[in-house]
Write a protein that binds this ligand. Sequence first.
Ligand code: PLP
Length: 501
Amino acid sequence: MQTPVLSEAIRRKLDREKRIPLFRQVYEIVRKFILSGELKPRARLPATRTLSKNLGISRNTLLMAYDHLQSEGYVVSLTGSGTYVSDTVPSLTALRSDRAGNMADGESGHASVTLSSRGSALLANVHASAVQWGPFVAGIPDVSMFPHVVWMRMLRRHWRAPDPQLLTYGDGAGHYALREEIASHLRLARSVRAQPDQVVITNGIHQSIRLISSLLADHGDRAWIEDPAYWGARTVLKAAGLQTIPVPVDDEGMALEGPRMDEPPRLIFVTPSHQYPLGTMMSLSRRRTLLEYAQLHNSWIIEDDYDSEFRFDGKSIASLQGLDAHDRVIYLGTFSKTLFPGMRVGFMVLPRGLADHMVTGMSEMDREGRLMEQAALADFMAEGHYTAHVRRMRALYSGRQRILRRAIHDVFGEDWPISTQEAGLHLVMHLPFNTDDIRITTEAREMGISLRPLSRYYASRKGPPGLLFGYASVPDARIRPLFISLVPAIRAALIHAGHRL
Ligand SMILES: Cc1ncc(COP(=O)(O)O)c(C=O)c1O
């Protein structure tokens, strides 16, 4: 294939409506041409400068696509001469399995699929991004800092002479030693009232919410959820057939007022320690009101304490569960933020009367497993590696947040509103009324930068505009230059909305 033909083929296949970043699309298109043999070894790829003009996308985007192709061995770049298809191209099997997964109906020869109404509702509002690593991806810790050598040692210890009890199905509750470690850590760090028999290990907060919904709520029951909220929680509640009721959040947390108070929900989902995504903390008086309300109306409160280990100002406030005298709170935690999301280990701390039911439910629905990892994690905690890692990461993320705040204020002025708390893995840069935050995030995506538009976190998907920056995984030195590279897009959107700078 000649380079002009390739350039035209890429242009035809690019789809700017897709949620897949452009650099990823270019990478996929070229990769498929190479694997199918349409691009032969030693064929030259178009120069990024020319391609950038032909396609009307930035050269950085193309450089990133070529970089990916090179790092996976599909192409080689010869300084001063260009980029060529490598002599040693990977096998076609990858392409075949890709085809099976990615092609549209008809193209693949598969029959078209009729989804259930539940399935259609679930897929109607998808939020999860295909990009889960890279600059400013929200909610991702710096996984490159995870002490993998220590982790390997913990795993090796168990694999050296595997205990058959750790290789068979679990009992639904999880590895006991890990439950003990979690309970004692939470008692100390979060004032959670937890004994090991109240702790159930899950594969993360998503699964915890799904189990709670299945066991404690019926189809059509009301579930209150903060507005804005973590989209994942809303999706799981909806997929369980619950009627989700968005409840506005103010400076004190979920606003407990108005006519909705007369229609008590079965479940109430809150992030009291660090509201997601706005970053506020639920006040003590609001906590008390919520607990009293739940007790009065027999509602269950789901406390999602996803990232509270990362407070940078030392003002950590105890969990809501720790204040609950009537066993209405189910406390949820996860190792996704403190260690790494791919670990898929989370936990629930359940009121005493609920724990056995949940364990049975878990074992019937999900057949719990991965006990070797749980045993390794228990050792990791018992030997102090967990607390040491969290302490190190807290200092790292605090510094990164500071760098990003400084950059925002230097460019847009000291008074520019940013989410308030010194905590967590992300911050929100608020934008004035009418600014199109989606336009900014789309442009950022084309540059290979993942921002999330705040407006989409609202149930209406049209809330006040803002930009979520996940700074935790971005190396210190890259934060400022990356932010600066976004400034033209932000400025353009502000001007377009009629705001003067
Ligand atoms: C508020 C909140 N809860 C839960 C999760 C997901 O937790 P897990 O990985 O344990 O499912 C996230 C992930 O970003 C989150 O932001």
